[in-house]
Write a protein that binds this ligand. Structure first.
Ligand code: C5P
Length: 223
C-alpha cells in the first residue's frame, strides 16, 4: 500500500499537567487529563511516525508503542524537550505547563504558623516559545485554551511564539477542553483559520490534526 503519511518522522508530543513542588509533600498542579495529548500520540503512531510522549501527571493511558518519558515539573519537561530537539521533526505541545513555580522548594514540610502564609512564585520557561526560537527543521503545534477574544489571542500567541499551527479550545463551550472525552477546536496558521471542526471525540480531533500536520509538512518538504 501507499507509505504512511508520517513514515520516517519523529513526533514529540507533550501531554498532561506539570507538578511544581512546594515542599516534600505539597505541590501546585492542574486539571489536565492528558487525553488530548495521548490521543495525538496514538494518531501520530497510526500515521507511521516514531513517537515520544513527554508526559507530566495525567489520568489518560499512554498508547502502546510510543516511547514514554515521565516528567514532573515544567523545568523537567523543558529539559526533556531540549534533549530530543535535534531529533524532533514535529513537536505537539499539548501539555498544561504551569506558568509559575514556587521560588524555593522547602527541604522539609512547611509547618503551620500564622494565619497567612506567603508563597513566592517565579515564572517558568515558556517551552513552546523556546522551541519557536530554536526551530530549524521542526514543525511546531501549540495549544491554547481561551475564554475570550479567542481568535485574536490565538493568532497573537502563534506569532509571538513562532509556532506553525495553534489549536484553539474555547473553554467556555460545553464539551471542550479539560477532562472531557470530546473537544471543539479551531486551528490557525500564520495566515488565519486553517480548520474549524465540530464537536468531536478527542481521538477524531487527534486524527484530523495529525492529517493536517502531515499535509502541511509534506507540502513544505516539497513532497
Ligand atoms: O500561553 P499559554 O500557556 O496559553 O500557551 C499554551 C501553549 O503553550 C501550550 O501549547 C502549552 O503547552 C505551551 N506552554 C509551554 N510552556 C509554558 C507554558 C505554556 O510550552 N511555560
Amino acid at each position: 500500500g501507499p507509505a504512511l503519511p508520517l513514515a520516517g518522522k519523529r513526533v514529540v508530543v507533550t501531554a498532561g499537567g506539570t507538578v511544581e513542588r512546594i515542599d516534600p509533600v505539597r505541590y501546585l498542579a492542574n486539571d489536565s487529563s492528558g487525553k488530548m495529548g495521548a490521543a495525538i500520540a496514538a494518531a501520530a503512531l497510526e500515521a507511521g511516525a516514531e513517537v515520544t510522549l513527554i508526559h507530566g501527571r495525567m489520568s489518560a493511558k499512554a498508547p502502546e508503542g510510543v516511547e514514554k518519558i515521565g516528567v514532573e515539573s515544567a523545568l523537567d519537561m523543558f529539559e526533556a524537550v531540549r534533549s530530543l530537539w535535534d531529533r524532533t521533526d514535529i513537536l505537539v505541545k499539548a501539555a498544561a505547563v504551569a506558568d509559575y513555580r514556587p521560588a524555593r522548594r522547602a527541604d522539609r514540610k512547611i509547618k503551620k504558623h500564622g494565619d497567612t502564609l506567603e508563597l513566592e512564585l517565579v515564572k517558568n520557561p515558556d517551552i513552546v516559545a523556546w522551541a519557536g526560537e530554536h526551530k530549524t527543521k521542526q514543525y511546531i503545534v501549540q495549544f491554547a485554551a481561551e475564554t475570550h477574544d479567542a481568535e485574536e489571542n490565538a493568532m497573537d500567541k502563534l506569532r509571538r511564539k513562532k509556532s506553525d499551527l495553534i489549536v484553539l479550545n474555547d473553554v467556555t463551550v460545553p464539551g471542550a477542553g479539560f477532562g472531557t472525552d470530546t473537544n471543539i477546536v479551531r486551528v490557525y496558521d500564520e495566515r488565519g483559520k486553517a480548520a474549524d471542526w465540530p464537536l468531536l471525540g478527542k481521538d477524531e480531533v487527534a486524527r484530523r490534526l495529525i492529517a493536517l500536520v502531515a499535509e502541511r509538512t509534506a507540502a513544505r518538504n516539497g513532497a
